[in-house]
Structure formats: C-alpha cells, structure tokens
Design a protein around this ligand. Structure first.
Ligand code: MG
Length: 203
C-alpha cells in the first residue's frame, strides 16, 4: 500500500505557511514504512528540531482505480479516519529553498500515524465532518471537511490521472490551520465527528 497526501487543501493553513492558493491539488507520497498504527507512541527523530503535527482526515481506497471520473469517486472509498502528517518543518523549509523534493521531511518512518477507520457507504458521509486535534488537552487545530479547497471526489479523480489507486491505499486530505511543533512528553488526541480516534504520546 501507499499513502497519498494532499498539501495546501485548507485556505487558512495555506495562509499560515505563506503559500499561494494552488489551482490544482498539491500531492506527495509517503511509503508504507511511514505508517504508525494502534495509537503507538511517536519517537522524535534525531534529524529534525521542528517536527510539526498536521491533523488530516484520511480516506481508505477499496479498489483499483485509474482515471476515475469524479462522479464515480465514491465507489473507491470505503472508510474514513484521522491521521497525522508529521512534517520535519525545518528540513522541509531547507529543501523547498533549494527546490528539492520533500521526502526526507514528509516520508520518514512513522510520519503517518493513522487511527482506526470507520466504514462509510458514500462520500456524502464525509462532506461535512468536524475534526480537531488537542495537544496536552488544548485544541490546536480544528476544521470541517467542507472547507477543503479540493473535495475528496476531485482529489480521487485528479490523483488517479497520474497514479493508480489500489485497495488499501490511504489518502491524507490536507490539514487546517494551527500546525505546530511537538515535543517529548506531549499527548496528541484527534477527534472526528465527536469521537476520539487518535490518542498517543510523543517520546
Ligand atoms: Mg499535510
């Protein structure tokens, strides 16, 4: 499986990082070794002094798809949950400045904690979901899926033009504003539609 992630999909987050609003989705990949499941602890890597949390709604792909039309995109998704797109922001800024790819800053081991996923029948069920992240009990990020610049059907159609989607792939759909640094001892809790799905510690 692979993880396909979308950058710059919430306007306020684009503003906080001082980026231009994209006219097409910004996508990147994380390998299967980035996955961190079962609310396992995240160990801060030694190569960054600035690991940022980015809470994101995650969709699970349930069948192979290429050139998927938007109107059929719902057939390719069977579950929703939450993930953290951990980002080595200091490294990412250096790579961006040099015009280099982001992998070292985005695709490192365990950079993608994913919650248990809950089944859905239709993309309509994810059209307007509240979600938020708390850091040591304080809300640091909150959003609603209707605020996405490019909604799920558009993302699935767009991505599948370039990259074949396969059963079990995970789609990270972008983060709202409020990204920030995590430190050893922190506790992150992620809520989707009122239910706590993520709860793990930084070590
Ligand atoms: Mg992200």
């Amino acid at each position: 499986m692979k993880i396909i992630a979308v950058g710059r999909n919430y306007t306020e987050h684009i503003a906080e990082l001082d980026h231009a609003v994209p006219d097409e989705p910004v996508i990147f990949l994380k390998p299967d070794t980035a996955l961190l499941k079962n609310n396992g602890a995240f160990y801060l890597p030694g190569f960054s002094q600035e690991i940022h949390h980015e809470i994101e709604v995650v969709l699970r792909i349930c069948k192979e798809g290429k050139h998927v039309p938007e109107k059929f995109a719902g057939n390719y998704v069977d579950a929703v949950g939450l993930g953290i797109d951990f980002t080595a922001r200091d490294l990412q800024q250096r790579l961006k400045k040099q015009g280099l790819p982001w992998e070292r800053a985005k695709a490192f081991d365990h950079s993608a904690p994913v919650s248990p996923l809950r089944p859905i029948q239709s993309l309509d069920e994810v059209a307007s979901l509240d979600f938020h992240l708390t850091l040591n009990g304080r809300i640091v990020q909150q959003g609603n899926t209707r605020q996405m610049l490019f909604p799920p059907a558009r993302l699935i159609s767009y991505i599948s033009t370039f990259i074949t989607l396969r059963k079990g792939d995970l789609l990270f759909t972008g983060t709202p504003s409020g990204v920030g640094r995590v430190a050893i001892g922190d506790r992150l809790e992620g809520y989707l539609d009122g239910s706590k799905l993520l709860d793990f510690n930084i070590k």
